[in-house]
Design a protein around this ligand. Structure first.
Ligand code: NAD
Length: 513
């Protein structure tokens, strides 16, 4: 055994040892809602069972929320709103930093629980909690500026704008990297002065429960963050319909976003949607092909490909396609599938058997459409017997095929060759989605032209996706509405208010005088 693999075995064992008592406690306690600062069962006593994707073993019984629980949580958020809104921003800032400190203190626990609940590999989850803490710190520091506005004086008036928090908001999140993702929404909402009702995904309730407890223990007042577990059609739907909830920040599938928009219409909900993607990575023949190859592999096979920003379509210039595909196939074949707690693992099991079936259905779809499965294309018998599949590479595709159009949301890459710049842009834009695009070229002029032409909210040139919190995060077309990050988040969680002060010099029309 090499020294590296010896270290790896020790870390694997340490991760398992860390997880064992946490899992025992989870099984014994179950997972309740957090409403008004208290952990409570569903009001009708219903529960659902959550399982680990590694083995299918039961992890816990979870409160199954419905409209009654959402109503209690919305009322708690409503009661907590004014005191939280009116708390000096400097005090809110301090509390949110305390949340960040507490997340860092529990980072190793969060990492192992997230691996076991979602199947994501530890090498990626180890930093997920740290990134979540960074989200809290970033928005904590901005809390004191959230109310800032503009001064736009006119001849007779002094015009100023300010922002005020919109009220209690609903946050609905998916199951891929759920801890980190939920903090992107919850941290800016709290920093803005909103209170929150969070409905986490039913397939990954574990770390959402931990977050609710961390926030409470850090001293954030009761009712400021409420968490109601349950199914989308029940708790989720009720949240989007509740009149006390002023806005819904949603991350999930495009079809769910459309349903939420309809559900929220009667109560005029403001909505912010981060939805699906079928993101292109375009590799031109003048690119640094070694770096491009690393980024292509990373951006679809990390996080099990269950990543909204994954580059799930490789658009490769015809002149280099054969050679690049050969090198790519060699890399995909040697990806390490394994137990999520093993630090050597690069690809873990998929979240749920239903999702496994969905991803596997694309093997036949690819063949029926006439594409070639160059690597993978089968379930994989991994440790624990869970929802593993072989990382899959599909070649010989063209842009009208379903594997080139639909979001698979797994370790599944579709390769499409292109002739020239115009052809690449046309193929890239030929999907309903528009979340991200990645362009690899040695010609910066071309890079900028292509970036400008791509219909996507975020473009990286000669880079994989590297998140920088002040920058706008979000998608065009069916990939979303609105932007997160920096001040963009506050624009969503706050109302802009205009105040005009007369200098006392302007003429007022005198009617009936
Ligand atoms: P999903 O839409 O099935 O579920 C997301 C959440 O919505 C869950 O909490 C679910 O319970 C809830 N929900 C479902 N139906 C609802 C309804 N009618 N009313 C209210 N809530 C409802 O998505 P998923 O399968 O959990 O997540 C995967 C999807 O999320 C992918 O499409 C992925 O691209 C997308 N995603 C997007 C981003 C982004 O930033 N754009 C980030 C991560 C994931």
């Amino acid at each position: 055994m090499t020294r590296a693999s010896g270290d790896s075995a020790a870390i694997f064992k340490a991760n398992q040892d860390r997880a064992a008592p946490l899992l025992a406690k989870l099984r014994a306690d179950g997972i309740g809602h957090m409403i008004g600062g208290g952990t409570v069962a569903a009001s009708n006593g219903e529960v659902f069972e959550t399982h680990s994707p590694i083995s299918g073993n039961s992890l816990a019984f979870v409160a199954r929320g419905d409209a009654a629980d959402i109503d209690l949580a919305a009322q708690a958020a409503q009661r907590a709103f004014k005191p939280w809104r009116d708390m000096p921003a400097t005090a809110r800032k301090k509390l949110l930093h305390k949340v960040a400190d507490a997340i860092v203190a529990r980072a190793d626990d969060i990492a192992v629980l997230e691996c076991i609940d979602t199947g994501q590999a530890h090498r990626f989850m180890a930093r997920a909690a740290i990134r979540a803490a960074e989200n809290f710190r970033f928005f904590a520091d901005r809390a004191t500026k959230a109310r800032d506005g503009l001064n736009t004086p006119s001849d007779e008036h002094w015009n100023v704008s300010t922002r005020v928090p919109i009220g209690p908001v609903g946050v609905i999140t998916p199951w891929n990297t759920p801890f980190m993702l939920s903090t992107w929404k919850i941290a800016p909402a709290l920093a803005a002065g909103c209170t929150v009702v969070h409905k986490p995904a039913e397939w990954s309730p574990v770390t959402a429960d931990l977050l609710a407890k961390i926030v409470k223990d850090a001293g954030v007042p009761d009712g400021v963050l409420n968490t109601v577990h349950g199914y989308g059609e029940e708790a989720g739907k009720a949240l989007t319909q509740h009149p006390a909830i002023k806005a819904i920040a949603f991350v999930g599938e495009s079809a769910t976003g459309a349903a939420i928009m309809a559900q929220g219409a009667p109560t005029l909900k403001r909505v912010h949607f981060e939805l699906g993607g079928k993101n292109p990575v375009i590799v031109f023949d003048d690119a640094d092909l070694d770096r491009a190859l690393d980024a292509v592999v990373f951006m679809i096979y990390s996080l099990n490909g269950e990543r909204c920003t994954s580059s799930s379509r490789l658009l490769i210039q015809e002149s280099i396609a054969d050679k690049f595909n050969e090198r790519l196939a060699a890399r995909v074949k040697t990806l390490k599938i394994g137990h999520p707690l093993d630090p050597a693992t690069e690809v873990g099991p998929l979240i749920h058997e239903t999702h496994l079936e969905k991803v596997c259905s694309y093997f036949d779809i690819a063949r029926q459409d006439g594409a070639t499965i160059a690597v993978g294309g089968k379930p994989f018998d991994g440790p624990g017997g869970g929802h593993y599949i072989e990382p899959t590479l599909v070649t010989g595709a063209h842009s009208t095929m379903r594997v080139a159009q639909e979001e698979v949301f797994g370790p599944f890459l579709t390769v499409i060759p292109f002739r020239d710049e115009a052809d690449a842009i046309e193929i890239a834009n030929s999907v309903q989605y528009g979340l991200t695009g990645y362009v690899w070229t040695g010609d910066m002029g071309r890079g900028l032209r292509v970036a400008d032409a791509l219909e996507a909210g975020m473009i990286w040139l000669n880079s994989e996706n590297v998140r920088h919190l002040p920058t706008p995060f979000g998608g065009m077309k069916a990939s979303g509405i609105g932007r997160d990050g920096g001040d963009y988040s506050f624009d969503f969680y706050m109302e802009t208010k205009h105040v005009s002060l007369a200098k006392g010099t302007h003429k007022i029309q005198r009617l009936g005088a």
